[in-house]
Design a protein. Structure first.
Ligand code: SF4
Ligand code: SF4
Length: 163
């Protein structure tokens, strides 16, 4: 697997949004697909190889990158980076520093995302920042983070139109 992704995954091996298991609070909403849908998580560049041929996991190529469809439950060590970061996202600002934002894609499903970062464990926010710093050292991962940040901007514009 890509070294930067592997290091970022490692950084988020233990840190979680709350000190307790937030899945017990919300019924693990982010792990349940919408009714009748097979939803997947976007994989970071180089991450797909960890899931190719893995029983119960499927990798799909999309216009936005590789998506993985999971079995609906997983062990911490096999969790994709997108799931480890959720519901936050590291964003590279104009000066090259990492800013941690609440992922707008998460607001539809995650009660913590709706409350914002103040509801989350500061150690988790720090771990997401550090994971972002590790990713930003790789040109390929930095480009991918920029694409995710662009998507957040587009969502922000859409929300302004409809809310
Ligand atoms: S939806 Fe949010 S609160 Fe629920 S398990 Fe996922 S991250 Fe935790
Ligand atoms: S990979 Fe794991 S954490 Fe991510 S959605 Fe599937 S079950 Fe949930």
């Amino acid at each position: 697997m890509d070294a930067a992704v592997s290091a970022a995954r490692e950084k988020l091996n233990q840190a979680t949004p709350l000190k307790k298991d937030c899945g017990r609070v919300c019924g693990a909403r982010c792990c349940r697909p919408m009714e009748g849908e097979e939803t997947g998580m976007l994989l970071f560049p180089g991450e797909a190889e960890a899931y190719a041929g893995k029983p119960g996991w499927k990798v799909r190529k999309t216009a936005h990158g590789d998506l993985v469809v999971c079995p609906g439950s997983c062990r911490r060590e096999e969790r994709p980076l997108s799931c480890r970061l959720f519901p936050l996202l590291p964003v590279i600002d104009d000066g090259g520093a990492i800013r941690v934002v609440t992922d707008l894609r998460a607001k539809a499903v995650c009660p913590l995302a709706r409350q914002g970062k103040s509801a989350m464990d500061p150690a988790f926010i720090d771990a997401v920042r550090e994971a972002g710093e590790l990713l930003a050292r790789s040109d390929e991962q930095a480009v991918f983070l920029d694409l995710l940040a662009d998507e957040q901007e587009q969502l922000k514009e859409l929300r302004k139109k409809f809310i």
